[in-house]
Write a new protein. Structure first.
Length: 195
């Protein structure tokens, strides 16, 4: 497979790794030498630093973004018998997280410019008979694009549902000065190397 290389498309994640190799290896060495691989000082420091960057009050590290989605839904008591609306362009792990929480999925169409959830489509879905047990819409910010948050917020408020975020592809993206992942009731991130 051939990848186009230029200033817009650096060889990622290899170059990113090379750029940050020394501090990453030092952190891995500290974890390995401590013998504590979970619930350790490095994880706590990461949660604190990521929370400060986001200006978020609470950050909890989990094994994956999929686990975060499931935990987010369960913490809001969304599960068996409930429904969650997700965008039709949502990556598979989003649906997996909803399914793990026990909720059923309804699909909303996407904005053709950003591929994120379309407020008009969400409104139309929430007016259908299938939406009677919808408790939340899980908005997925894709390719660094933050969904039309104001439009989605108005629709969610009109229908009395929660707005949640999957910001796995929107690290650092902002909506009117607020970071993606701090807009809804709760959010999930992923730190898989290609994000």
């Amino acid at each position: 497979m051939h990848y186009v290389q230029n200033e817009l498309f650096p060889p990622f994640p290899r170059e990113d790794w090379r750029h940050h190799q020394e501090p990453i290896e030092a952190a891995v060495r500290r974890v390995m030498e401590s013998g504590r691989y979970i619930l350790d000082a490095e994880g706590i420091a990461f949660e604190r630093e990521w929370g400060a960057y986001l200006r978020a009050r609470h950050v909890v590290g989990l094994a994956s973004g999929t686990d975060a989605i499931g935990m987010m839904l369960r913490s809001l008591r969304i599960g068996r018998g409930d429904r969650v609306v997700i965008p039709s362009m949502a990556p598979g792990p989003v649906a997996s997280g909803v399914a793990r929480a026990g909720a059923d999925i309804l699909l909303s169409d996407c904005d053709p410019a950003t591929f994120t959830m379309c407020p008009k489509s969400l409104d139309a879905v929430l007016k259908t008979q299938a939406a009677r047990n919808v408790k939340a819409a899980l908005v997925v910010h894709l390719f660094g694009h933050v969904a039309d948050w104001e439009g989605l917020r108005k629709v969610a408020q009109a229908h009395g549902i929660e707005l949640l975020e999957d910001a796995a592809q929107a690290h650092g993206a902002e909506w009117h000065g607020r970071k993606a992942g701090t807009l809804g009731k709760a959010a999930a991130f992923s730190f898989y190397p290609t994000k």
